[in-house]
Ligand binder design. Sequence first.
Ligand code: GLU
Length: 312
Amino acid sequence: MQNASNPNSNTLTIGRFAPSPTGALHFGSLIAAVASYLCARQHQQSQWILRIEDVDTERKIKGAATSIIKTLEAYGFEWDGGITYQSERSIHYEAALDSIPKHVYRCSCSRKDLQKLSTNMRYGYNYPGLCRKAIQNPEVTSPSVRLLTNNEEICFQDGCQPELFCQNIETDIGDFIVKRRDGLFAYQLAVVVDDHLQGVNQVVRGADLFDNTPRQIYLQQLLGYKTPDYLHFPVATTANGKKLSKQNLSPEITPDSKTSSLQLLIKALCFLGQDPPELHEFANLDDFWQWAMSHWNSHAIPKTMDIIYSDR
Ligand code: GLU
């Protein structure tokens, strides 16, 4: 473990916000921006990077990245350096895969085959290792690339969730895809390579990604990368347990949204267990950020995976 989460250490803490441009910012993603920003900025020496995770070009919505960037600017977030776009970084993902040839193999099993044969549904259906034995489905011509996993537990201690979390990737998930059939690199690989190349040593993100972390740590170990500190804050859900997203009508947040930026930032802080003053006590956004940076307490974040969010 590094020391990126100890505010008193002299280490340069590099955090990041890594939205996927699948729509405008909404309240759930504003929480992610606020939490990652303040966790980084509470350190004397910090950088906070903005990375647009548009590796999955099929899910990308036109104009969404620009809208997210404009909103972040209007809300007073200040990132370090230029913005990176995963869609421009394939060369790095390819090089990472090329460096571990013994740990990857091609697989042409279809999703349908796999669903039928799955032996463990804990994290969605697991991959039973069909292609390890070179059983190929002849109907599928362009294969995906899977990462060979092993029967060892990967454990990590999260900065927010109270228990040590362990996962046996081979039995719980199976050999997972690192490059898709359509030639696109998978999120798991892209995020690990980018965090490493950008020197990120503090990952703060929603608990919906909590159980992806052992896969990312496993990849880091294979590639010889350091493992950052992880903190997963609870995600905002609707009353029926769905994560807030554009799809379930969590209102979009843009610079001209009806609710003021200050109001929403205060709401985000409250959601994260902080105790900000009332709206009228802040003169402007600068005033808000000054208060937030000097009072941020990551230990106050509720230690749970999700919280029902009511917009009233
Ligand atoms: N791009 C992911 C999202 O928008 C976040 C990935 C991460 O923080 O690791 O949900």
